[in-house]
Design a protein around this ligand. Structure first.
Ligand SMILES: [Zn+2]
Length: 322
């Protein structure tokens, strides 16, 4: 059974009753530990014998924009934020890379914004990594979900310095994603707004060439971490299955952006999703899987510390912090 005092959740009365035995119309369950974790910037928990550290890279206070969700108005977006107890002044989009420690390996899953995207309140990852007592030189593997700037710009300092931030890490990238963004002929085929990213990817990765490792299929990338193809958000977007004995965590990456909008409404079409129908199909498939298996999840843009469970709520879903 769920421990109510440690959950932060908005549900309809039916789902709240099913999960918690509550009879309130909307349950907003505060989490003292989430607030404390946010203040310290990192949060450690265990998946079996594996130690996970959620590391905040801050938050993007994204201005409302009618183009953000293709099939939904700004007013509907604000109503969904308000229903989740969030501000309606902007869309709060947090960034949370995770560090995995297992069997002497130090593995980072996604790297944050590098302070190069996401606005003035993002870019605190390195400070929080230090606060968690982790030396960047100790990271020996980096696993990347996809090549959007908020996930990969932490790999390297800004151009023209272009200094590798994790000097001893092998960088594991989804092979489909790598091929897509690295195709020199592909830049011209992209929408105008995406071309600078493709140029930056094509500048960055050759500078790390000796340590970039494309990975294909569902073979373990590093011990305990297995890729799950999750296309749509980008062509090679990949989720990860982390397991230790019978304990599991699914790292959703950007299968859904913030839960208050896109877990509650999996049919809402974020402009960030490159292939909208595929992204929605992937989202529904993975949400159904983690509900059925009761698997713990973490989402890159979920409220810090970004780890918890998905529950079914009628035709919809909700996220509950662990
Ligand atoms: Zn993202």
């Amino acid at each position: 059974m769920y421990d109510i005092s440690r959950r932060n959740l908005i549900l309809s009365s039916a789902a709240a009753a099913a999960v918690f035995g509550l009879d309130r119309g909307v349950a907003f369950l505060g989490t003292a530990h989430a607030q404390t974790a946010m203040e310290q910037g990192f949060y450690r928990y265990k998946v079996g014998a594996i130690e996970i550290t959620a590391l905040s890279d801050g938050i993007w206070e994204k201005a409302h924009d009618p183009a953000f969700i293709k099939n939904v108005s700004v007013d509907e977006t604000k109503a969904a934020l308000a229903a989740a107890g969030l501000t309606t002044d902007f869309v709060p989009v947090p960034f949370t890379p995770n560090l995995v420690k297992t069997g002497g390996q130090v593995i980072l899953i996604d790297t944050g914004t590098g302070g190069q995207t996401g606005g003035p309140k993002a870019g605190v990852f390195m400070k929080n990594l230090a606060a968690a007592g982790v030396d960047p030189a100790s990271v020996n593997h980096i696993v990347i979900s996809h090549f959007h700037p908020d996930h990969i710009f932490g790999l390297m300092t800004k151009t023209p310095e272009n200094k590798v931030v994790f000097p001893n890490a092998v960088v594991h990238v989804p092979a489909i994603e790598y091929r897509f963004w690295m195709d020199p002929a592909g830049i011209e085929k992209l929408p105008e707004a995406r071309r600078p990213l493709a140029r930056r990817v094509q500048e960055m990765f050759p500078l790390m060439k000796y340590k970039v490792q494309p990975c294909d299929g569902d073979k373990e990338v590093v011990p305990v971490i297995r890729p799950i193809a999750a296309p749509g958000h980008t062509p090679g977007h990949t989720a990860f299955h982390v397991s230790s004995g019978s304990d599991q965590l699914i790292v959703l990456g950007d299968v859904t952006n913030i839960p208050a909008l896109f877990v509650r409404n999996p049919g809402w079409q974020a402009a960030f999703d490159q292939d909208t129908p595929t992204a929605e199909a992937t989202r529904r498939k993975l949400l159904n899987r983690v509900v059925a298996d009761k698997t713990m999840v973490t989402g890159y843009h979920f409220p810090f510390p970004a780890a918890g469970r998905i529950v079914k709520d009628g035709a919809s879903y909700a996220f509950a912090l662990a």
